[in-house]
Design a protein around this ligand. Structure first.
Ligand code: PMV
Length: 337
């Protein structure tokens, strides 16, 4: 056994969002969520297990450069999860970790989802532990990034709010449909590359202070059912209507929290408007956003080129990432160190 593993794990975009927790430390959500696993936006994590005492070593690749010591805020979250997984495994020792993203971190592109799912799976690989996808999902969730629980699976994924175990200990995601079931695309308009000012953890913490929180919760059972049906029947219009309304609602809750959180930038609104105009012209495209300023334009393969062309023509400083539904994590033969 080599004690070293490298995993490439994709990010995901939520159609129905996780926003508000019953138990934030353990990432037990108030409501179920549904997402599409991506393929171009991913994190890659190498983990080596060392049978010796001492501190974990945590490095990351910032932008294009070499591996460097990770900044304290990021390293602390990683360290906590490594400590947790070490205790769970009962194996002692320490870990050496390196991680990188294919996309800008902490800008509403779910870097914590791909980062913590890659880290979790790489630790399992380094320890040579075979566990079920359900357990992988629950362990990734316990990183504190709940959306990581959805990134360990490909295709279309639902993460229910209830766990089977005591206190939701087994609360984990499951696959609704494979990537092959429905080829959807996601043209991501990156209007802000920097880190967002308010983390999603703070967003979850504040969510219930919004007077709009309960209104959104009341809409969710119907929305969840509509999204499940739309995926099953490959009904793009039904999916898109719900997904866009849901994203706007998440941001309404954020903006009406105390203190208020404004993730949107002026460019966000211009992209939202452009997508509405596309629809008026018959282009099949709908917007969604996570906790950030960037807009994910969900579209069919037939409309992808037109969506990208129209977004590029906007008088905005934006870059586009072409993404789409993907198959989930892969074990990589090459290590980062
Ligand atoms: O997993 P977290 O704690 O980073 O929260 C994710 C929050 C959203 O991305 C806004 C929604 C979601 O379900 O992915």
């Amino acid at each position: 056994m080599s004690n070293k593993a490298t995993i490439r794990c994709p990010s995901n975009i939520a159609f129905i969002k996780y926003w508000g927790a019953r138990d934030l430390a353990r990432a037990i959500p108030v409501n179920p969520s549904i997402s599409m696993t991506l393929r171009s936006c991913f994190s890659r994590s190498t983990v080596e297990w060392l049978d010796e005492d001492g501190e974990h070593e945590i490095r990351w690749r910032a932008a294009e450069g070499g591996l460097e010591t990770a900044p304290p805020a990021f390293a602390d979250r990683v360290r906590r999860h490594l400590d947790f997984l070490r205790e769970w495994s009962g194996q002692g020792g320490r870990f050496r970790v390196a991680t990188e993203n294919s996309f800008p971190s902490a800008a509403g592109l779910a870097s914590s989802a791909s980062g913590f799912s890659a880290l979790t799976l790489a630790v399992l690989g380094a320890l040579d532990r075979q566990v079920s996808p359900a357990e992988q999902s629950a362990l990734a969730r316990l990183s504190g990034s709940g959306s990581a629980s959805r990134s360990v699976m490909g295709g279309y994924v639902e993460w229910p709010a209830e766990g089977e175990g005591e206190g939701g200990s087994e609360c984990h995601a499951h696959q609704l449909a494979t990537a092959e079931h429905w080829d959807l695309r996601n043209v991501i308009a990156v209007v802000e590359r920097g880190a967002k000012k308010t983390s999603s953890l703070d967003g979850h913490r504040r969510a219930e202070t919004s007077p709009y929180f309960c209104t959104r919760q009341a809409c969710l059972p119907e929305r969840l059912e509509a999204v499940r049906r739309a995926i099953e029947e490959r009904d793009f219009l039904r999916l898109g209507e719900v997904v866009e309304a849901e994203a706007i609602d998440l941001h309404c809750v954020a903006m009406t929290s105390t203190p208020a959180i404004f993730y949107w930038r002026p460019a966000t609104l211009l992209v939202l408007e452009a997508v509405r105009e596309m629809r008026e012209d018959g282009v099949a495209a709908y917007s969604t956003m996570d906790a950030g300023a960037n807009v994910h334009v969900i579209c069919t393969p037939e409309s992808e080129i037109e969506v990208a062309a129209r977004l590029s023509r906007l008088d905005l400083d934006l870059s586009l990432i072409h993404d789409g539904v993907g198959n989930g994590p892969v074990v990589e033969p090459e290590h980062l160190f």
